[in-house]
Design a protein around this ligand. Structure first.
Ligand SMILES: *Cc1c(COP(=O)(O)O)cnc(C)c1O
Length: 374
């Protein structure tokens, strides 16, 4: 069995360091928002080259509190995509705003920047692009549209820590960038964790208040906040792993290049494309194949842990049924939902395993073809 991700293998490389730091936290008596959180906020701000980093409980909270900090709520519209994890639009729903969906560019799976302006209305407050699978969106175009229409930009960079557009880290272009440290992300902790980053002192202070019951001073509360504090154990683990993220992302890129090479003569398998001037961090290595569901089934039977991210686009999910959106609204989103297949991808995967994945996929695509036509 070759899994889509193998967290145990990563642990084998950093476990000793992590255990030492975690024991220190346990002995310290300081468990929430202590010195490790503070140090991690400084270290990751430096890594991303952004002024302020605010640790939170999850990537979902980062999106939620980013919207709150920008006073986006009932009656407001936020332009985003349906080809993403549900947390993106869930956060918009939590604050009472309405997601307005733009189709994707089928080459990058990211927001089609040419369609954004046609969706802007007097109610539009923000654009929320998602750097899906670790592939950067075209931030030049998005920032230009936002500037001309006086809109905020919140980046969902939960899958893209360390990715760059024209040499600048994603998550640092807009007003606020959101990251997740869920265990399977490129920088994952051993529980839940998240981060919001901003160059604005004002937005930083608002998110610091919102994450801790809506008050900057303990027991004085200015507004309804939440409890979204990061704990010291997670921060200590993240400080260890941050030292490895460049190396891990580099390995993911090498593995992606090797997969591309292995598939170069397989004409039915469409490999991922990269935008010019970007540094993709391959949170997922996602191909497009015909008869995808049959191929997926055959791969599973043959011990390859492929996954479909995501099987139902968000505009057609029950959670957004009240918006009354119908199939046909987002043709590229709907079409690609039926084609995508993410293959095993993690820093420690071996070339031999990659060759097995590639060979098995090529065989399964052929088998599925004859099965479907039979
Ligand atoms: C993981 C993820 C989130 C949510 O992060 P959590 O830490 O799991 O709450 C949001 N958006 C995208 C695109 C993600 O991949």
């Amino acid at each position: 069995m070759i899994p889509i991700i193998d967290s145990k293998r990563q642990y084998a490389t950093v476990g000793a360091e992590v255990e030492k730091e975690v024991v220190e936290v346990l002995r310290s008596g300081s468990y929430i928002l202590g010195k490790n959180c503070k140090a991690f906020e400084e270290e990751i701000a430096k890594f991303l080259d952004v002024k302020n980093a605010v640790t939170l409980n999850s990537g979902t909270d980062a999106l939620h509190l980013a919207l709150r900090a920008l006073d986006i709520g009932a009656g407001d519209e936020v332009i985003t995509v349906a080809f993403t994890f549900v947390a993106t639009t869930e956060a918009i729903g939590i604050v009472g705003a309405t997601p307005v969906f733009v189709d994707i560019d089928p080459d990058t799976f990211n927001i089609d920047v040419n369609e954004i302006e046609s969706k802007i209305t007097p109610k539009t407050k923000a654009i929320l692009p998602v750097h899906l699978y670790g592939q950067p969106c075209n931030m030049d175009v998005i920032m230009d549209i936002a500037k001309r229409h006086d809109l905020f930009v919140i980046e969902d960079a939960c899958q893209a820590i360390g990715a760059e557009f024209k040499g600048k880290k994603v998550g640092t272009f807009g007003d606020i960038g959101c990251f997740s440290f869920y265990p399977t992300k490129n920088l994952g902790t051993m529980g839940d964790g998240g981060l919001a980053v901003t160059n604005s002192e004002f937005l930083k202070n608002r998110m610091i208040a919102l994450r801790n019951h809506g008050g900057a001073i303990r027991y004085y509360h200015d507004e309804i906040g939440v409890n979204s504090r990061l704990d010291e154990i997670q921060a200590a683990i993240l400080r260890v792993k941050l030292n490895y993220i460049n190396e891990w992302n580099k390995k993911r890129r090498e593995h992606a290049a090797y997969y591309n090479e292995l598939f170069k003569d397989a004409k039915d398998i469409e490999t991922p494309k990269e935008l010019d001037n970007t540094y993709c961090v391959y949170h997922q290595y996602t191909v497009k194949v015909p008869n995808r569901d049959e191929v997926h089934k055959l791969l599973q039977e043959n011990g390859i842990g492929a996954m479909i991210y995501y099987p139902v686009p968000l505009h057609l999910q029950k959670v957004h049924a009240h918006l009354g959106l119908k199939e046909g609204l987002l043709p590229n989103t709907e079409k690609n939902t039926k084609l995508v297949l993410s293959l095993p991808m993690f820093a420690e995967i071996t070339e031999e395993e990659q060759r097995t994945v590639a060979k098995t996929l090529i065989e399964c695509v052929e088998k599925a073809k004859s099965k479907v036509s039979a």
